[in-house]
Structures are given as C-alpha cells and as structure tokens.
Design a protein around this ligand. Structure first.
Ligand code: ZN
Length: 158
C-alpha cells in the first residue's frame, strides 16, 4: 500500500514537472489541518509535504516553475470573474456564487482560476513561458489570461 502510494505520487509529480511550465500550489497549513480529526486522515494519505518536496526538486530538473500561493490568499472566497470576496463562504459550500457579477461555478475550480491569475501576475512569468524554453520537448506553455472563460463556468441568464 505504501509503495503504491509512493509510486503514484512520483508518477504524478514527474508528469507535472515534465509537462507544465508553471504549477501553482497553495501553502496550506498542513500541521494545523492534521489536528482536525475530520481532515487528518485524508491529508495524511495524500502526503502534501512529500508532494511539494518532489514537485519542487523535479521542477528544477525539468525547467518547470513552481509558484507558492500564501495560505492567506483568499483563493476560494474571491470571485475569479470580478474579484468580489464572499467572506461568508464556508467549507460546506461546494459552489461559488458571486453576488456581484452572478458567476456560478465549482468552488475548487474558482480557486484554481484565482491561483492561475496569481501565477500570471508574478514577475518571472516570462522566464517560464519565454522563447528560451520553446525548444524543450514535453514542455507546454500554460496560457495565463486573466479573464479567461472556463468551459464549465455558468453565468445565469438575465
Ligand atoms: Zn463576480
């Protein structure tokens, strides 16, 4: 079981580092989350610390850039469409509903789009997507456009 988990994690982090030019991860408070009995089992199984360590050294091998978002970044509570912040959003809310622009989408997708915006605004963005890496095989340049519409984003009509 432990070997299977380790193998899966290695394959996943290798694939990310080889095929993505930029990966954004959140600096989650893992130690704090492990004290929460409801979250500890799931988080312990995933091995966040190991995931981050592997991703970081493999990214250096393959020329992928890892952007670490602060745990205080309100990525889940901020509307990826207009920037409105839902300070009442709880862990039980699986959908993000913007009271300002009407955006309705999965909360994790909304957070991921916000993290993508963050990567796009960080200063060394051009190093990751610049011409010097164009000849590298397996490398895909992630397009970071701030107002991109995701295919499963739902805007209510009217
Ligand atoms: Zn909005």
């Amino acid at each position: 079981m432990a070997n299977q988990r380790a193998n899966t994690l290695h394959q996943f982090t290798s694939r990310l580092a080889k095929t993505k030019s930029v990966v954004v991860i959140e600096d989650l408070n893992v130690a704090g989350m492990l004290k929460n009995h409801h979250l500890s089992q799931a988080i312990g199984d995933v091995g966040f610390g190991t995931f981050r360590r592997q991703l970081t050294y493999k990214a250096a091998w393959y020329g992928c850039r890892v952007v670490v978002a602060s745990r205080w970044e309100p990525s889940s509570k901020t509307c990826s469409g207009c920037g409105w912040v839902d300070s009442d959003l709880s862990l039980a809310d699986r959908m993000f509903r913007c009271k300002q622009c009407g955006l309705l989408l999965d909360r994790d997708l909304n957070a991921a789009i916000n993290l993508e915006h963050l990567a796009g605004s960080s200063p060394d963005r051009l190093n990751a997507c610049g011409g010097e890496s164009a000849g590298t095989p397996h490398k895909t340049c992630v397009k970071l456009s701030p107002m991109k519409q995701e295919p499963n984003t739902v805007y209510p009509s009217g």
